[in-house]
Ligand binder design. Structure first.
Ligand code: SF4
Ligand code: SF4
Length: 474
C-alpha cells in the first residue's frame, strides 16, 4: 500500500472514530426521552423539503384572488364555498364527500404500496416537527449541544436562548391558526379586525386554540403524537402486506455488524459498521436494524445516513433501502398489477373521480328537480282533459335573485300553469313551485308519456336547467 493510500485510510478512520464518539449521544426512543435527531443532506432529505414546501400554499392560499374575491373562502354564514370561481352550495356537498373519500383511498393505496409515505413526507405533524427542529438547530445548535443545554442548569444565557426559540415557535403556531381562520373570513378583513382588536369571538379563539394545540403537539410532544395518538399509525398494519416496500435494513448483507478498526474489517463481518448514524438521524428515534417497526414513518432519512457511511467506507449503497419483507427473504417481487388490493383501490378511486367529474360537469347556476304528485296520480277535468300535478324544486346557485320562466316539451298542446305565476328564485335557497299540466286525451298516445320541464333565467337564456318526468294518463 502506498503512503498516500495509507494517509487516506487513516483520515477515513479518524472521521469514523469521530462519528462513533458523536453518535454515543443517541439512544433508541422508548417514548420517555427527548429525540435530538441529527440532520444530514441526502436524496430523501431533499424530497422531504420539497413536500414540506407544498405547505406554503396553505399560508399563501387566503391571499390568492379570483375575480377580485378571495379564491378559497368557506362562507359558513352564507352556506356556500368559493374555490377558484366555483361556488359550492350545500346541495353539492356530496362532491366534497367524494373528494375526502378519494383522499382516503389514495392513503390506503399508497400505504399498501410504500407504507407510511404520507407520514414521512406529507403529514402536517411530521413536517411541522421537522421545521421546528430545523429552527431549534439554528437557534440552539447541533444535537449534542442541544442535549447539553437541556441538561445544564438555568442561567441568563439559557433563558435567553430558550425564550428566543419558543417565541419563534409560538409565533408560527399562532400564524398557523390565523391562516386557518382566514379560510373562513376574508384575510384582509381578518387582518384589519385583528389589528383593531375587534370582531367576532372566533377570530380570537381559533388562532388561540391552534397556538396552544400546535405548540403542545409540535414543539413539546413531537413524535410522541405519532407513537401514541395518531389513529392512522394504529391501523396502517391492516393496509400493508409482505409486498409493501418500506425502509428496511438488509440484515443478510449488514450482519454480523462490526465497528471498523484500522485496516480492513475481519472477513466474517457484514457491511454494517455499527456507526449508529441511521439511529442518530431518525426523527422518531428508532433503530431500523431491529426490523420494520410500527413507529417508523418511512421518511427515508436513515437511508440517506447509511448511504453516506457506505460511501465513506467504500461499500455499495443500499444497505438500508426501500424494500419489501418478501424481497428481504429472497422471494421474487409481485408486480403491482397482480396485487388484488391495488385493483380494488384503483377501481374505487376511478369511480370516485368519475363521480367528481360528473358533478363538476353538471354543476350549473341553477338546479331543477321535479316530483310527480302521487295522490292522485292524475285527475280528469270536466272538459275531458287529463291533469297531472307536480312540485318543482328550484335551486338558484348564483349570488343574486333570478326571475324565471318555466316551460315544458314532449307532449303536443300540453298546457302548463304554475302557482305562483311569477317565479322569483332567491339566491342560495330552494324554491318550491306547484305546476299543473293539462292535456286533451287525443294528444296522448300512451298511458305514460315522457315530459320535460325547463326553468330558464329571464335575463339570461343560457342559464337554464331541465328535468325529465312522466305524464300519467291512466
Ligand atoms: S427508521 Fe428510517 S425511515 Fe423510519 S422513521 Fe426512522 S429515519 Fe425514517
Ligand atoms: S445500518 Fe448503516 S448507518 Fe446504520 S449503523 Fe449500520 S452502517 Fe451505520
Amino acid at each position: 500500500m502506498g503512503k498516500a493510500e495509507e494517509m487516506d485510510e487513516e483520515s477515513e478512520n479518524d472521521a469514523l472514530n469521530q462519528l462513533y464518539e458523536e453518535t454515543n449521544y443517541w439512544h433508541i426512543n422508548k417514548g420517555d426521552e427527548q429525540i435530538y435527531a441529527k440532520r444530514i443532506p441526502g436524496k430523501f432529505r431533499n424530497i422531504k423539503w420539497a413536500t414540506a414546501s407544498l405547505y406554503l400554499f396553505y399560508f399563501l392560499g387566503p391571499y390568492m384572488r379570483w375575480d377580485g374575491e378571495q379564491a378559497i373562502l368557506f362562507d359558513i354564514p352564507g352556506r356556500k364555498y368559493h374555490i377558484f370561481g366555483l361556488t359550492i352550495w350545500p346541495q353539492d356537498m356530496w362532491m366534497l364527500a367524494l373528494v375526502l373519500l378519494t383522499f382516503f383511498l389514495l392513503l390506503y393505496a399508497t400505504t399498501t404500496f410504500a407504507g407510511r409515505v404520507f407520514c414521512g413526507y406529507f403529514c402536517w405533524q411530521t413536517i411541522w416537527v421537522d421545521i421546528y427542529t430545523w429552527i431549534e438547530e439554528k437557534v440552539e445548535g447541533p444535537p449534542h449541544i442541544r442535549k447539553a443545554l437541556d441538561n445544564a442548569p438555568w442561567t441568563a444565557k439559557k433563558i435567553a436562548i430558550k425564550s428566543g426559540k419558543n417565541s419563534v415557535f409560538l409565533f408560527l403556531s399562532w400564524l398557523t391558526g390565523f391562516t386557518f381562520t382566514a379560510y373562513f373570513i376574508d384575510v384582509y378583513d381578518l387582518w384589519s379586525r385583528t389589528i383593531a382588536l375587534e370582531g367576532p369571538i372566533y377570530i380570537w379563539t381559533v388562532p388561540l386554540t391552534f397556538l396552544i394545540g400546535s405548540y403542545i403537539g409540535v414543539a413539546i410532544l413531537r413524535e410522541q403524537i405519532c407513537f401514541w395518538m395518531c389513529p392512522y399509525a394504529r391501523i396502517q398494519g391492516v393496509m400493508s402486506d409482505p409486498e409493501t416496500i418500506m425502509p428496511t435494513y438488509d440484515y443478510k448483507r449488514g450482519e454480523k455488524r462490526a465497528r471498523l478498526k484500522k485496516g480492513d474489517p475481519a472477513p466474517d463481518t457484514g457491511d454494517c459498521v455499527d456507526c449508529h448514524l441511521c439511529v442518530a438521524v431518525c426523527p422518531v428515534g428508532i433503530d431500523i436494524r431491529h426490523g420494520q417497526q410500527e413507529g417508523c414513518i418511512t421518511c427515508g432519512l436513515c437511508i440517506d445516513a447509511c448511504d453516506t457511511i457506505m460511501d465513506k467506507v467504500k461499500r455499495p449503497k443500499g444497505l438500508i433501502r426501500y424494500m419489501s419483507l418478501d424481497e428481504l427473504i429472497g422471494k421474487p417481487p409481485i408486480p403491482l398489477f397482480k396485487r388484488g388490493r391495488m385493483w380494488v383501490y384503483s377501481t374505487l378511486i376511478l369511480l370516485s373521480f368519475a363521480g367528481i367529474t360528473y358533478g363538476l360537469a353538471n354543476m350549473g347556476a341553477m338546479k331543477l328537480t321535479v316530483i310527480h304528485e302521487r295522490q292522485p296520480l292524475y285527475t280528469q277535468l270536466s272538459d275531458g282533459s287529463i291533469q297531472n300535478k307536480y312540485t318543482l324544486k328550484i335551486v338558484n346557485k348564483t349570488d343574486g335573485e333570478m326571475t324565471l320562466k318555466i316551460y315544458i316539451k314532449g307532449i303536443d298542446n300540453a298546457i302548463l300553469s304554475t302557482r305562483p305565476k311569477v317565479i322569483t328564485a332567491p339566491s342560495g335557497k330552494v324554491l318550491a313551485v306547484q305546476a299543473f299540466v293539462k292535456v286533451k286525451p287525443e294528444n296522448l298516445s300512451d298511458e305514460h308519456e315522457p315530459i320535460i320541464f325547463y326553468v330558464e333565467n329571464n335575463a339570461n337564456e343560457e342559464m337554464k336547467s331541465r328535468y325529465k318526468s312522466t305524464f300519467i294518463a291512466h
